[in-house]
Design a protein around this ligand. Structure first.
Ligand SMILES: C[S@@+](CC[C@H](N)C(=O)[O-])C[C@H]1O[C@@H](n2cnc3c(N)ncnc32)[C@H](O)[C@@H]1O
Length: 237
């Protein structure tokens, strides 16, 4: 696919999503299954932050590529980050406006992740959460990931959360570990398979949160990878 076509497709898809999801609570915190997925992701993220020594986020600069309406960045306030150290870029202006409203003191820029408007080695943490899977074109994926690595400090960490499988949505393409490795050469990786398959979670969580926890422990039922990605050799980035 021509990269320009892929960006146009993405814009159309998000316009269409507004119509498809209007009046539905799939991504509401009041939806039990969604709340379960958020809690499990947060537990996983806090685990890898701690494991990698990022327990005090007050002075850490954090960028999310494809931040959408800012929901994930907002969670970092609860983890101890300061609003002025939070930054987000997104292709879609209307989503970015929402992010700016909930994070008024943070830096939101309407930009394409393929050309991030920051100097190299700026951020301690660079996040991407289900943004890359919405990009179908491999060249664009590579360019975005190159940029994520470029703006990361040599001792920083990329936190990746994305699905490897989503057969229900042809407007996305899952990303498996081999591809993640190829997107970030000269890096080390800690992979964790998480997130109970959403169709299953929507059935099980309202009946039993405990059963959902048990089922999430079966890796075959997980749809996402949470990955800590760190530069292997400082001089190569
Ligand atoms: C599924 S949403 C996820 C939003 C947010 N990360 C979250 O988890 O709530 C994917 C976002 O990635 C953005 N995106 C996709 N390709 C992008 C690109 N090339 N540059 C910047 N943002 C992009 C989309 O506009 C969309 O807002």
């Amino acid at each position: 696919m021509n990269p320009a076509d892929d960006l146009a497709r993405l814009r159309d898809e998000y316009e269409d999503r507004k119509r498809r999801f209007a009046g539905r609570d799939l991504y509401s915190w009041f939806n039990q299954a969604h709340l379960f997925a958020i809690h499990q992701r947060q537990r996983g993220v806090l685990g890898i932050l701690k494991q990698n020594g990022f327990t005090d986020l007050a002075e850490r600069s954090i960028l999310e590529v494809g931040c959408g309406a800012g929901g994930v960045l907002t969670e970092y306030l609860g983890f101890g980050a300061r609003p002025e150290n939070l930054h987000g870029v997104d292709l879609l202006l209307d989503r970015l406006h929402l992010a700016g409203q909930i994070l008024p003191g943070s830096g939101m820029i309407n930009a394409d992740g393929q050309t991030l408007p920051y100097p190299s080695r700026t951020f301690d943490l660079v996040l991407q959460s289900t943004a890359l899977s919405s990009v179908l074109d491999s060249t664009i994926r590579h360019k975005i990931c190159f940029e994520m690595a470029r703006v990361l400090k040599p001792d920083g960490m990329i936190i990746w959360y994305d699905f490897w499988l989503n057969p229900a949505n042809p407007q996305t393409r899952g990303i498996r570990p081999a591809e993640i490795r190829s997107l970030f050469p000269n890096c080390t990786f800690q992979f964790r398979k998480i997130t109970l398959a959403p169709p299953l979670a929507r059935r099980v969580v309202p009946i039993s949160w405990g059963l959902a926890l048990l089922l999430e422990g079966f890796r075959v039922l997980n749809t996402h990878y949470l990955v800590a990605i760190r530069p292997k050799n400082e001089s190569k980035l």
